[in-house]
Design a protein around this ligand. Structure first.
Ligand SMILES: [Zn+2]
Ligand SMILES: [Zn+2]
Length: 317
């Protein structure tokens, strides 16, 4: 494999293929992490919404409430029917009365029409009596339902509150369980990274992939729950967290890539002044900052770079 031109701090080089495989490793680790997240969802007991409802509303109240509600519905339907009949009867009565009056005025005697007028009047008056009764029944049903309905509404509000609390408690438990998985994984990854780096292991990239996967996992978890718990401030929370994470990343990269030792070695390799980075060629003193770049070797007496580990002429250390 062709070594990449990027040199790591520890002197380990990774090929492009190795980097791609490491990225694949991150993806597969995340697939596994998603599976674990799903499994953890089964750990805490889900809130029993029906039990909460049963605890607040007794069977007696429930049946009394539904009964009163049904009675009112039936009374409303009955009153509606009578009202309709009354409206029809009123039209009929007015028509028959007019008919009868006109004939009376003309002095015509028509017993059939008179009979029809009287019947219409009787029906109209009977229905007027019935609508009074139906409305009284409806009113009494309404009066009976009202205190029950108020009690019902208050209890439903209390139940809703308690169900919401139970749900929040469940989500918190889930969050804690998932954190108990995600945080140690990241800690282990960091530990592994430290261990491999200290040993100068060529498999440092494994730990790097694991850190990337664990960090993404944790970020996902935090963003998921910050949305759930901090609904109002989620955006600000994500903004702050994201900024802090990116700053931490920059600080880490600075420490890693711009470590003084690393910078110094890079400059020497490129033939620059180790102190200021200006092109130095084989100058004894840096033309830019005046730093001494070459000095007499104690082994062979020739000039050698100040920061070189070995004299290039006689290998004197
Ligand atoms: Zn210089
Ligand atoms: Zn020498």
């Amino acid at each position: 494999m062709r070594p990449s031109s990027n040199e790591e701090n520890s002197g380990i080089e990774f090929s492009r293929v190795e980097r791609i495989l490491a990225l694949g490793m991150v993806l597969f680790l995340l697939v596994g992490g998603a599976w674990v997240f799903n499994r953890i969802q089964r750990l805490p007991a889900r809130p029993d919404y029906h039990a909460i409802e049963r605890r607040h509303i007794s069977a007696e109240l429930q049946s009394a409430y539904w009964q009163a509600q049904n009675t009112l519905n039936a009374a409303q339907v009955a009153a509606g029917r009578v009202r309709e009949e009354l409206s029809v009867a009123a039209t009929e009565y007015e028509f028959r009365r007019e008919e009868f009056r006109v004939m009376n005025e003309r002095g015509i005697l028509d017993p059939v029409r008179e009979q029809a007028y009287k019947e219409a009047l009787t029906t109209f008056e009977r229905l007027r009596g019935e609508i009074g009764v139906a409305m009284a029944v409806e009113e009494s049903a309404r009066t009976r339902l009202q205190p029950l309905a108020e009690q019902w509404k208050a209890l439903q509000a209390k139940i809703g509150e308690e169900q919401h609390r139970a749900n929040v408690a469940f989500e918190w438990q889930l969050f804690v369980f998932r954190m108990l998985y995600a945080v140690p994984v990241l800690a282990l990854a960091l530990l592994l990274f430290q261990l491999l780096r200290r040993r100068g292991s060529t498999y440092l990239i494994f730990a790097t992939a694991l850190i990337a996967a664990a960090t993404l996992q944790l970020l996902y978890l935090v963003s998921l729950y910050s949305w759930h718990f901090l609904r109002d401030v989620a955006q600000v929370a994500i903004a702050i967290l994201g900024t802090v994470m990116c700053m931490a990343g920059i600080v880490m990269i600075r420490r890693y890539w711009f470590h003084p030792e690393r910078v110094l070695r890079t400059r020497v390799r490129r033939g620059q002044c180790f102190s200021c980075g200006a092109p130095a060629e084989n100058n004894v003193y840096c033309p830019a900052c005046g730093e001494e770049l070459q000095k007499r070797c104690l082994g062979c007496g020739q000039n050698r770079p100040v920061k070189a580990a070995f004299c290039p002429h006689c290998r004197y250390q």
